[in-house]
Design a protein around this ligand. Sequence first.
Ligand code: MN
Length: 517
Amino acid sequence: MNDIKEITSLLHDPSPSDMALISKAYDFAKKAHEGQDRKAGDPYFNHLFATAKNIAELGMGPTTISAGFLHDTIEDTKATAEQIENEFGKEILFLVEGVTKLGKIRYQGSARHNESLRKLFVAMSQDIRVLIIKLCDRLHNMQTLEHVAKEKQVRIATETLEIYAPIAYRLGIRKLNRELEDLAFKYVYPEEYKQVIDLLNQHKGTELEYLEKFNKSLKKELAKGEVTDFHTDFRIKGLYSLHKKLKRKELDIENVHDISALRVVVPNIADCYKVLGIIHSNWRPLPGRIKDYIAFPKPNGYRSLHTTIFTGDGGIIEVQIKTDEMYREAEYGITSHISYKQVQNDNSKKTKLTTNPNLQWVKQILPTMEKWNNDDPINLGKKIPKRSLNLEDVPSWVKDLVEYQKEAGDEFLDDIKTDFFEERIFVFTPKGDVIDLPKGSSIIDFAFAIHTDIGGHMAGAKVNGKFVTINTILKNGDRVEIETKKNAKPSVKWLEHCKTTMAKRRIIRAVETLKTK
Ligand code: MN
């Protein structure tokens, strides 16, 4: 158990110094956590080993794997930051400290602020590798959640479902997204979970029969069409995503055609269309279900050809056709672009890693303002505004960001991390909800950001438990409490002490209304 070869065998062509680094981190973590047990009674080191292995499975390099071994040392052992830096260098210390910081953010349970909380996570992590370590750490915690006290289970699982799984999705790491969702689903929605499992069990047998039969005939037809370089496999839809889909289809499983799908993987794009041609000339496709995500990728970058066909003996099967590269990208997202050789060659500059032009991660965490139309055959390929989007609801930082992106062009990704995120602060309500504001915002901005009525009747405020004046400038992490009184009202002077246009507009409106009364 915990054989280091399980991890090093996942590296592509590791150098002796890569091996030495990983084994040093392995030994250090084992020693530092010696004598500590987890809730299940197994050694704490098992958690670190599992986390490091999850990281290696995503294809990350020795630096990130080593930081994975060390991620709990500063928080939970006698090891100090100086020690980590002396033994492993600045870069690994930076990653470990990043993960430690993220561990202090707690989900308190208010759907309204989840987007801010996700944003806070990404902004605080500063480096994509910190997020990946944190996600891998959470994956193992979810895999062992049964050993945690009942009341904590639901909180941790909800946090996973609302914060961690969506971040994995936006980073395009479908594999992690699916695993996190399915593990959390059981705890957050136990009834629905049972329902989905039952439905799946009823249908799985026949589904698999159809799939196997179709797979055999398809292989024959592909050989006839002289497609020989390909492989196929089955994929079963994630439980939670099946649940969401069933909810949309009013629980009628007969209307869900992609519970399972056959995947055909070929070397290049021309082969994808050739395979589609062979399938459609032998099996009748369901109208409206042919999706060309190669010509029109999904907003998260997903590429593949999808079609759903009648098998001819009563079955209906979804087929996904893609190249190896598309397959890797779909499962591993952002991590499939981070080659650790690249990092190795440029060890001193970790910025190189986050500014890789392939790393669209910052863009992907942003809610899409518009999307490509892939669903409606008449307007296929045209850009349509997202229907649910209400401009009033778009947080101002997103609008700023979109403007900023237009101006900065290609340098957008380079600058965003250093400039933009540093211009935002994140503060907490007494309940622990996160509010994000521009740097330099005061309590007045905060009050109006929560609610017009709260700003409009503010009488006083506390920051971190202490009474302060309402023109106090807020800092990252402040906890702010607003006191309201029925007869309190805004004054023109407040305008000098607020930063956001929203607060300014509301103060002006309130003052004018008071005048006319
Ligand atoms: Mn941990």
